[in-house]
Design a protein. Structure first.
Length: 439
């Protein structure tokens, strides 16, 4: 097990006009890196590591690790470099209760303890060797890791992670840019009216997604929550005293809860996204698409995603070819000319900001209020970590591990109604995200 009591040396936070740029740096010992390590992060699909599988190399928060399942079906996440001569343990042999280095046969268990040193004269020398290792948790078909110090917090019972595989579709993409700009794209409600505008033949989908094509200037407002920031986006409905309202959430420190493909099934669904740093120039975009009914059309989702993916969870579209943008389709309602997959739209556009988006070149506007607040919240959370306290959203008490207040909804309300009261009605409905088994 990782030494949870060892002190961590953290670099000082910068100040000045680029004060939030440091949030793009997430390696060990960086302020933002230490913040991200206080939360559980998705690592790999459980199905990618069946019994008997080869060890799986993992790069996470600029750390090189290896994920493996031993011959007793225990799973571990340990340092990829052998403690002896730094050989790559992804080449190791799974046997005798652990992972054996192919160079000199040193054997390590899932907690990083050395079990065997075949060529060592002293029978107790192995007891002094302890590799870096991290706790794992299994949820929603994914292995999650805690890379921080001390006792891991409770794994959060977010609605999208409950209910098992029948209720959730999970996929992952690799993005070739920094995690922060990808995460900020998820909490930009205005871009849905432009980037994601499509020509949809299906009348039901037109009715569902038509709100996003409404380019009227939306009314945006935010409020802090115990887990992050709640976003309200209201758009006028023409010739009516009603408006559309979309409630979404920034979830500390690198996730969001929004409405997505599950919306065609009605209330009781949401999509959660995690933008997890591989290093400072690459990230994984994890998508957890949930609906309590268990009626997700996983076949349709799989077909759409598979059509856009190449090997290694990357898009087949390439930057040097301008992502194979279809300019002809842009003459119609396909706003960006990038096909129908929203994930592709998001990844392309955030990569187009540069590998590490330079905040000094921005001109933020009123529509960026959620991004501004999220940056400040992350900055405040770093201060909490530096002071030795848990940051916002970390849960340690079971009574606090209830996230019915993480409301995600797209609906209608009267223009004079209170959006906060509208939201509170959903938060009070204990059955909204409760899993409903199929008959």
């Amino acid at each position: 097990m990782n030494d949870m009591t060892a002190p961590v040396t953290v670099r000082a936070k910068p100040r000045g006009p680029d004060r939030y740029q440091y949030l793009t740096q997430t390696g060990p010992g960086t302020p933002a890196g230490e913040l991200l390590r206080r939360y559980w992060q998705p690592v790999a699909l459980i199905d990618s590591l069946p019994p008997g599988a080869a060890p799986q190399p993992v790069r996470l928060l600029s750390e090189d690790l290896v994920l493996f399942r031993d011959d007793q079906n225990r799973v571990g996440l340990i340092d990829r470099r052998c403690a002896h001569r730094c050989t790559d343990l992804a080449l190791g042999r799974v046997e005798d209760g652990g992972l054996r280095c192919p160079y000199h046969g040193w054997l390590f268990d899932v907690n990083g303890r050395c079990l065997d040193q075949p060529a060592e004269a002293s029978p107790t020398a192995k007891d002094r060797i302890h590799m870096k290792s991290y706790p794992l948790h299994e949820a929603a078909g994914v292995f999650w890791a805690y890379l921080g110090p001390g006792e891991p917090p409770l794994f959060p019972r977010y609605p999208a992670l409950q209910g098992g595989p029948a209720h959730c579709y999970v996929t992952r993409w690799q993005g070739d840019c920094n995690w922060l700009q990808a995460s900020e794209g998820n909490i930009d409600p205005v871009h849905t009216s432009f980037l994601h505008q499509l020509e949809l033949a299906d009348a039901q989908m037109q009715a569902r997604w038509g709100v996003f094509a409404n380019q009227a200037r939306p009314e945006l407002s935010i409020e802090d929550t115990r887990f992050g920031v709640r976003l309200y986006t209201r758009r006028a409905i023409a010739d009516s005293d009603r408006c559309s309202v979309r409630i979404t959430n920034f979830v500390m420190p690198n996730a969001c809860a929004v409405g997505g493909f599950e919306g065609y099934l009605g209330e009781g669904g949401l999509t959660m996204l995690w933008d997890v740093p591989i290093d400072d120039e690459h990230h994984y975009r994890w998508e957890f698409i949930f609906h309590r009914s268990g009626q997700l059309d996983k076949g349709a989702l799989e077909r759409q995603y598979s059509a856009e993916k190449a090997e290694g969870d990357r898009m087949w579209r390439r930057q040097e070819q301008l992502y194979s943008q279809d300019r002809e389709s842009m003459k119609g309602q396909a706003y960006a000319g990038l096909g129908e997959c929203f994930s592709v739209h998001d990844i392309v556009i955030t990569q187009a900001q540069g590998v590490v988006h330079q905040q000094a070149n921005e001109h933020l506007s009123s529509s960026d209020i959620a991004i501004v607040r999220a940056r400040r919240m992350l900055d405040e959370a770093v201060d909490e970590v530096l002071a030795g306290r848990d940051p916002r959203g970390v849960v340690r008490e079971p009574a606090q591990n209830d996230f019915r207040d993480m409301v995600v909804v797209t609906g209608e309300m009267g223009t004079s109604e209170s959006k906060e009261r509208y939201c509170a009605g959903f938060a009070a409905d204990a059955s909204l995200f409760a899993v409903r088994e199929r008959a």
